[in-house]
Structure formats: structure tokens, C-alpha cells
Write a protein that binds this ligand. Structure first.
Ligand SMILES: [Zn+2]
Length: 330
């Protein structure tokens, strides 16, 4: 929707759209209802101006409301801003958007909007995960986890990670180092599922069992990791439409494993990586949840925390979620 011009959307919704060489005018304003740019009735220009060079945003000269096509539809349909709508409001706005998107659109090109991230094929992701072994079956993985105060049995029980054997019979072509060596042959044998905002496994992260050389972990070669997070089973269920709860957001795979296997854990755990957090993720956390941001207390961790807080800000201000910062200690 954000790539569609305001004039097209306004016309679809029955607003008056005027044109001049440099701009479009739209009346009335979906926010304040004023239909003239100035109180002077002889001013024929509509309340809203849309520049021809950038028709994807609107601004009302009377009330100064501004936004994109989604915002316009939301104001015109339910008289409220899209962020902070109830789920019934979102459904109503979504239906109008789908009708607009389903129609052939004339006159203005659609803006190039960021393409959906490219993830590896689902079949290969599931096959690699399915053929991997329990972390309890691999002496090297057990020792690696033990050194980091992680309980392999608990990790296996929750199925948070698996191990690809050193002599794996099959690995997808994306399970390789930049130089072409396979993950298993390079020691990147500890696998963790990467899930999307609905809690569905879309890719796999491979962590090296040799901490001394190279990057600590690798994502699927040639594919994106954007929008994907690490998650314990309960967190995946929450994102999939589950019940609200306490959700701890940790940084990286080891902190995720630590948070998820904490003996007294009465929370669900997410693990974020660079580029993980997305607006979709912010919107999928069930209403009524408490989000505890437990990223590291260093500059990088604070950047993650700030990004997550910003993403959840609208929902927190609307009283849908509570956001807390974990300042250490239990
Ligand atoms: Zn207005």
C-alpha cells in the first residue's frame, strides 16, 4: 500500500481529486473533513496537497495531518491512524486495502518498495533440520555447550538446536562457507532455526564449534537473514497467534539458549541478530504481553534495545504491551 499514489487511493474511496501541472489536490481531508485549502470559499484547491514528484504522501493544509496511502485509508475508513487500531479496525482497513490492491491501477506507477527478503527453499530448510542430530549425541557439541554453562539435555528437550554430523551425507548448497566448504566440514555444526514474524522456520543459523577462528556463526549463503529471529518453542507459538506472556528478548544464539534453558524460566525467549527486528515482529507479539529487552549492556546491545523499543513504541503507548529493560540480575 505504501507504494501506491495517494490520488489513486483517494479516487477509489470517492474523494475529489484535482490536478495541476505540479500537484494533485484531494478533498475533503480524511482527518479533519475540511475541503478547501484556505477558509476563502473562492480558493478551489482541496485541503490536501500531493506533489506529483512524490505522490506517495499527503499533507493537509488545515490540520497538518500527513502520511502515506495506508494512513489515508485508515483515516478514511475508521477515522483513526493505522498504528494503534484494534484488531477489528485493522481487519476493516485491510479489506479496503485489498480491494484497492485488487483493482487495475491507472495513471501513476507504483513506487519500488523494498522487496520481500529472499530465504532458502522451505523443503531444503526442513530437510537439513530433519537430518540433523540431537545435541546430546555429539561429544564435541556437548563439550562446547558445557563450556558455556549450557545444558545439552535441556536444549535437546526443547529442540532449540541440533547438530549436523561432521560427515553429513547431504547439505544444501547454501550451507557453505564463502569459499565453498560445507558448514559441517568447517566446524559450523551447531544449527539453530531462524523463524519469521509468524514463528515459522524459514532458515537456519550455523554456529561454529571452534570458537577461535572465523565468524562465530553463518547464515544461509546467498540468502537473506533480514526479518528472522531465533525463538524458543513457546515464543514461536506466541508469534503464531498464541496467548500473551512474558517475552525475553536476548541478543544472539548463546544468550537465546541461556534465556530459554534458565531452570526457573516462566517466560518465552527470542534471540535477535542484526537486521532481525521488523515492524511485522512488533505487530505479532500478542496484546497484553510483557516484553523484557535483555540485550547486552554495551553500545551494540543498547542499539538493539533502542530499535526494539522504537518498534514497539506505538503499541506500548496504546497500552497493548509493556516493555521493560533487563538491567542484569535475575
Ligand atoms: Zn485535515
Amino acid at each position: 500500500m505504501r507504494g501506491i499514489g495517494i490520488p489513486q487511493v483517494a479516487r477509489h474511496l470517492g474523494f475529489l481529486v484535482g490536478e495541476s501541472p505540479s500537484s494533485f489536490t484531494v478533498a475533503p481531508c480524511p482527518a479533519c473533513g475540511v475541503d478547501r485549502r484556505h477558509p476563502n470559499r473562492r480558493d478551489r484547491r482541496g485541503a490536501i496537497g500531493v506533489r506529483r514528484s512524490a505522490p506517495y504522501g499527503f499533507r493537509c493544509f488545515a490540520c497538518h495531518e500527513s502520511g502515506d496511502a495506508l494512513h489515508f485509508v485508515s483515516l478514511a475508513t475508521v477515522r483513526r491512524k493505522f498504528g494503534g487500531l484494534s484488531s477489528a479496525g485493522v481487519r476493516e482497513v485491510r479489506e479496503v486495502c485489498l480491494r484497492i490492491l485488487g483493482e487495475p491501477l491507472e495513471s501513476l506507477p507504483r513506487r519500488e518498495v523494498a522487496a520481500a527478503p529472499r530465504y532458502p527453499g522451505t523443503g531444503e530448510v526442513h530437510r537439513l533440520w530433519g537430518e540433523a542430530s540431537s545435541v546430546t549425541s555429539d561429544a564435541e557439541a556437548r563439550a562446547y555447550l558445557k563450556d558455556r554453562h549450557l545444558d545439552a539435555d535441556h536444549i535437546a528437550e526443547l529442540d532449540l538446536a541440533r547438530v549436523v554430523p561432521r560427515d553429513a551425507r547431504w547439505q544444501p548448497t547454501w550451507a557453505q562457507m564463502p569459499g565453498g566448504r560445507s558448514w559441517s566440514a568447517s566446524g559450523y555444526r551447531l544449527l539453530l532455526p531462524l523463524v519469521d514474524a509468524t514463528g515459522t522456520m524459514r532458515s537456519i543459523l550455523a554456529r561454529s564449534l571452534h570458537s577461535d577462528r572465523g565468524p562465530k556463526s553463518l547464515a544461509a549463503s546467498g540468502f537473506e537473514r533480514r526479518g528472522l529471529v531465533l525463538a524458543c518453542p513457546q515464543a514461536r507459538a506466541m508469534l503464531g497467534g498464541g496467548v500473551p506472556g512474558r517475552l525475553v528478548v536476548a541478543e544472539g544464539e548463546l544468550d537465546l539458549l541461556t534465556a530459554a534453558t534458565e531452570p526457573a524460566a516462566d517466560w518465552s525467549s527470542l534471540g535477535v541478530l542484526t537486521g532481525s527486528w521488523s515492524p511485522e515482529l512488533s505487530s505479532r507479539i500478542p496484546r497484553g504481553s510483557v516484553v523484557v529487552i535483555a540485550t547486552d549492556l554495551d553500545p551494540a546491545g543498547e542499539r538493539f534495545a533502542a530499535q526494539i523499543c522504537e518498534g514497539l513504541g506505538v503499541r506500548a503507548r496504546a497500552g497493548e504491551l509493556r516493555v521493560e529493560r533487563w538491567r542484569g540480575g535475575r
